[in-house]
Design a protein around this ligand. Structure first.
Ligand SMILES: NC(=O)c1ccc[n+]([C@@H]2O[C@H](COP(=O)([O-])OP(=O)(O)OC[C@H]3O[C@@H](n4cnc5c(N)ncnc54)[C@H](OP(=O)(O)O)[C@@H]3O)[C@@H](O)[C@H]2O)c1
Length: 255
């Protein structure tokens, strides 16, 4: 890595390393999607450390989850491309009420070249929309269908991306990814009105920044740094985040 890149990486990392960590998420039932890698895996580990129960979902491989030996962790396969309900996921949801959801599952949708208009594979496009955006509605449908109204969902966090911001787009690329995250943002805003009115659920979207993960191996900040900041955000005045699209420092991003 060249000196200029190293300095850039250092400054970027420092920006996200300064905040205090004051977690008070404790004894909650927490659903984490896309939990076998990256941000979802780091969140799973951190949230278990804070003495919560985690229901972690994975697409295909669960090897990173299986080696976590913790009685408070249950795992279930849920391929979010599926428009039909996952029986296993539905069964798991029936067993518990969920207090908090971290919706981390996501895919980029192919290379930048694959996402040029000339090369778009529309079947793939549909799948990415299902995984990155629409499946959170399916998950909520399953949870609401579960009829455990004695305890409402408290918080829903959608891990989005600034690539979904229409205002910030100054590049004209990545049609699949950008569309899917813009759709997720729209769903987030809508849910923040709907679910907050009906159940007082706080719903917001986060851009996690440039994080080292399966999707982004060259990312500039480590997933555990990102996750500490996300937990920090939930541990302060979470009510004030309803309906917002924010970065890891809680600063609002244009939709
Ligand atoms: N890393 C960044 O810099 C960055 C920046 C902006 C936004 N984000 C967002 O952050 C979220 C987490 O991504 P990450 O960076 O942690 O990358 P990651 O390590 O690739 O994690 C994404 C997770 O989503 C899962 N997933 C993919 N397809 C799925 C499907 N069909 N059904 C269910 N789960 C599926 C993956 O499972 P498999 O491992 O089995 O594929 C993986 O566990 C994503 O929504 C991403 O768009 C990341």
């Amino acid at each position: 890595m060249g000196l200029r890149k190293k300095i850039k990486k250092f400054l970027y990392t420092r920006k996200f390393s300064k905040k205090n960590y004051l977690a008070n998420i404790n004894k909650k039932n927490i659903l984490i999607t896309g939990a076998n890698s990256g941000i979802g895996l780091a969140l799973t580990k951190k949230i278990l450390q804070l003495d919560n129960k985690v229901l972690a979902t994975y697409r295909q491989n669960s090897e990173n989850l299986k080696i976590i030996k913790d009685k408070n962790l249950s795992i279930v396969k849920y391929d979010q491309r599926e428009i039909n309900e996952s029986k296993d996921f539905k069964e798991k949801i029936k067993e518990t009420s969920i207090d908090i959801i971290f919706n981390c599952a996501g895919v980029f949708g192919g290379s930048f070249e694959d996402q040029q208009i000339e090369n778009l594979d529309f079947r793939k496009f549909q799948e990415v929309l299902m995984v990155n955006s629409i499946s959170i509605l399916k998950i909520m449908q399953i949870i609401l269908d579960n009829k455990l109204p004695e305890k409402n969902l408290e918080v829903l966090v959608n891990i989005s991306s600034d690539a979904g911001s229409i205002k910030l787009n100054n590049q004209g690329n990545a049609y699949i990814y950008r569309t899917s995250k813009t759709a997720l943002n729209s769903i987030t805003k809508n849910m923040s009105l709907d679910l907050n009115t009906r159940f007082k659920t706080v719903v917001f979207a986060i851009d996690p920044g440039n994080v080292q993960s399966g999707m982004n191996p060259e990312g500039k900040i480590k997933a555990d740094v990102c996750v500490n900041l996300i937990i920090d955000l939930l541990s302060s005045n979470v009510q004030s985040l309803n309906g917002k699209f924010i970065n890891l420092l809680g600063k609002e991003i244009s939709w």
